[in-house]
Unconditional design. Sequence first.
Length: 324
Amino acid sequence: MAVFRYYNVQLLPLDTKSTQLLTADEYKDLFIRAKNNTIAAIAAKHLELVSATLRNDFRFSFFKASELDELIYGTFIKFNHIDELRDLYTDNKTQDVGIGVTHRRGEFEFVWNPRTHILAISKLSIKTKSNRPQMRLMSGSGVINALETLLSPISEERFKNYVLSIHEMTSSESLDDVLNADGYKSIEAKVAFSNSDELIDAIADELESDLKQNNVHDAEIIQRSAKRSEMSGLTKTALAFLALATKHGNAVVRYRKNHENRKYQMADYPVEIRVQRLAKGEENDYWRSIGDSIFEAIKKTRLGDMAKKALKSTIGSDDEHQKK
């Protein structure tokens, strides 16, 4: 079984009134261009030139890519780049290392669906014949930074009137404990409008529509109680931000439950889905299964029953207040 995480990769118009949202074909072209750049770099044996720099001298890059139906699938590679070998005791250089040499490498499977503009990446590298320990995918912020490095040069050249926006998708189920809190100290949330016509829910959709119409690319909300008090509940706006943030942003909530102060960080709850590896000769079905998991991931970001109930309750309270 392989476990995948999911990233919402969007190219948002700089001016929403004069520029249309990208089509699926244009999103596909983003990765086709990345594929072509990688092929050229591998042919020249200079993959490091089109890779993102990570900690501890590691790098991350596209490696293999193919097309299947409307999907693009393949692998990213994480590797360390070695220029020379040095003596442990004297630090003198013992020899230069040839190009294309690495001490450690790992390939991570990916599937890109240009229609949903969502990218699935395996959490662990593919097992190798040498049985070396599998490598782990970077943290959410690490993956986002690497993808921005890989895709920004392409998007800035090909899509000059758009800005790249990437978010790791998080599970809406993680909000249940927060929404059932006894009180709240603060909420901080940031969202970007989506490149989609999907309706999320009443107030969340209203907020997203407002962002689009007024050419707002991202919005942030900070609500706090006084030092020695707490908020009895979350406002309509705060709930809307939380609803959008699972797919298009991030949030931090400090709250109290069962006489205990707690801190909720949405980034700690990425959507993860297991996909069954298939027998040899069924590779295409395996890649399609990963593609199918993207739609399951989208469902996991949608508001659960408790969140919907909280939204409706808050909206209802506001309506009653306005009537009075």
